[in-house]
Design a protein around this ligand. Structure first.
Ligand SMILES: Nc1nc2c(ncn2[C@@H]2O[C@H](COP(=O)(O)OP(=O)(O)OP(=O)(O)O)[C@@H](O)[C@H]2O)c(=O)[nH]1
Ligand SMILES: [Mg+2]
Length: 202
């Protein structure tokens, strides 16, 4: 059973990102992904030595009771006793399938939503679509990751601009879920350690 799904508008970068997370060397600036008509499954085995947050941060002493990871919120606290996952299977559902995404919402534990920061015409609509997903009753307890993709493009929107266009601050007030936001590029691998760390949370 697949408990993590990846959604986002057409061409937002889901396939590119998931392929790169699955095999770091597969995607570079020459790579091209074709539109997903239907679904794709990715089995992501986490690298044992990521060079990001985990590796750089000195291992903290046993967690102080009031230390909350602001990026992950309350849900992470609950699952702290469980060991981190070693791998995860993710189901990408193509943007072309948006009208029937909701058929895949049963038993979902994590949801990644990918937005293309280089596509000015799409960002606001992506925000509206995101809101409609977050309002879904079956997804009220789901861990949510908002991925701002294509961060390697010089003409992308910066994080704050993209979030403004998506009306995220307004959206956050309306929804119950805590949303983690990560800027990513499968080409430069920026944000990969943060994504792996998020995916590892049991
Ligand atoms: N430079 C760059 N190009 C990207 C990036 N992500 C995706 N692309 C390009 O954008 C195109 C669309 O990306 P896909 O990963 O196929 O998009 P998708 O979200 O899977 O699209 P659907 O399957 O149609 O929903 C790819 O062919 C890549 O050429 C990125 O981070 N950087
Ligand atoms: Mg795709």
């Amino acid at each position: 059973m697949i408990s993590c799904i990846c959604l986002g508008p057409k061409r937002s970068g889901k396939t590119h990102l998931l392929k790169a997370l699955q095999d770091n060397d597969l995607i570079d600036e020459t790579s091209y992904s074709t539109p997903t008509i239907g679904t794709n499954i990715y089995n992501i085995v986490f690298p044992t030595n990521t060079h990001g947050e985990d590796a750089m941060k000195p291992k903290p002493p046993p967690p102080p009771p009031n230390e909350a990871n602001t990026a992950e919120g309350v849900g992470q606290k609950k699952s702290k006793q469980l060991p981190p996952l070693k791998s995860i299977r993710i189901l990408e559902i193509g943007g072309a399938m948006a009208p029937i995404w909701r058929q895949y919402f049963d038993d979902v534990k994590k949801l990644m939503y990918v937005v293309d920061t280089s596509n000015l015409c799409q960002i606001s609509a992506a925000g509206v679509l995101f809101y409609s997903i977050l309002a879904e009753p079956r997804l009220q307890k789901v861990r949510i990751l908002l991925v701002l993709s294509k961060m390697d493009y010089a003409y992308r929107q910066m994080r704050n601009e993209a979030l403004l266009m998506m009306q995220m601050s307004k959206l956050q007030k309306e929804i119950r879920q805590k949303v983690t936001i990560i800027e990513v590029s499968p080409v430069t691998k920026v944000g990969f350690d943060l994504i792996y760390n998020w995916l590892k949370i049991p």
